[in-house]
Design a protein around this ligand. Structure first.
Ligand SMILES: Nc1nc2c(ncn2[C@@H]2O[C@H](COP(=O)(O)OP(=O)(O)O)[C@@H](O)[C@H]2O)c(=O)[nH]1
Ligand SMILES: [Mg+2]
Length: 232
């Protein structure tokens, strides 16, 4: 009884925390995405208001973002926008940017058992590496670490994947329809039949970020019976 009461107490007083991996090839925009989130959302241990009203794109552009060495993490307090029908205001999202260079990609799977969701960023202008990007996504979604004790019939990913077709602000960016019918066609339809989605964004210009996070949070909450959040 005490145990039940104390776990209920924990549930009502603590915030739910979901771990989200930010993956993708190097130069896709992973660190830029993370830096932009830091400007848009408050961190859980600060009462500082995020800079919602300012032009965050110009702040990001003035920063020098170096290629990521090692891992880079950020935790934000998620708040749904005022015009949203969602009302999730007790959620922290912890993002892990693990670096996308080829040598670092085999490290990713170590994090699969403890993550609740994945954001896979695609550089929509990097047509030369679409094939490599596709293969990386296939390997990731069929990694053996996804198989779990109660679901070992295949190794298909069991957390939501948000694929972001990034750099849509650039004129040479491949649009969503072309992306879906190109190299990615089979994978995207296979994944979209499960719990994944491909959305157009510009993480530099803050286009589509709010919609993306809203989709992700909805799916993370929906997937709770599979992967329970941490309570912080
Ligand atoms: N035009 C444009 N450039 C972007 C966007 N996102 C990232 N970049 C640029 O792409 C380069 C790589 O970004 P970075 O965040 O370091 O990629 P990472 O290697 O995936 O972490 C940088 O020069 C960014 O300014 C975007 O949405 N639009
Ligand atoms: Mg980086």
């Amino acid at each position: 009884m005490f145990h039940l009461a104390s776990s209920l107490y924990t549930q009502y007083t603590k915030r739910e925390q979901y771990n989200v991996l930010i993956l993708g090839l190097d130069n896709a925009g992973k660190t830029t995405f993370l830096e932009h989130l830091k400007l848009l959302y408050a961190s859980p241990d600060s009462s500082k208001k995020p800079k919602r009203s300012k032009d965050t794109a110009s702040i990001i552009k003035s920063k020098r973002i170096l290629p990521t060495v090692g891992q880079n993490t950020t935790t934000i307090k998620y708040e749904s926008s005022s015009d949203s029908h969602l009302n999730y205001n007790n959620i922290n999202l912890k993002f892990w940017d693990l670096g996308g260079q080829k040598s670092l990609r085999n490290m990713w799977s170590r994090y699969f058992t403890s993550c609740h969701g994945i954001i896979f960023i695609i550089d929509s202008t990097d047509t030369e590496r679409f094939q490599e990007c596709y293969e990386t996504l296939v390997n990731l979604t069929h990694d053996e670490n996804w198989g779990s004790a109660n679901n070992d019939y295949d190794n298909m990913v069991n957390v939501p994947i948000l694929m972001m077709a990034n750099k849509q602000d650039l004129p040479q960016a491949i649009d969503l329809v072309t992306l879906k019918t190109g190299v990615f066609i089979q994978l995207v339809s296979e994944l979209e039949a499960t719990d994944s989605k491909l959305l157009p964004v510009s993480v530099l210009e803050n286009q589509g970020l709010q919609e993306s996070l809203e989709w992700l949070v909805t799916r993370l909450v929906y997937n709770k019976p599979n992967r329970a959040p941490e309570y912080k």
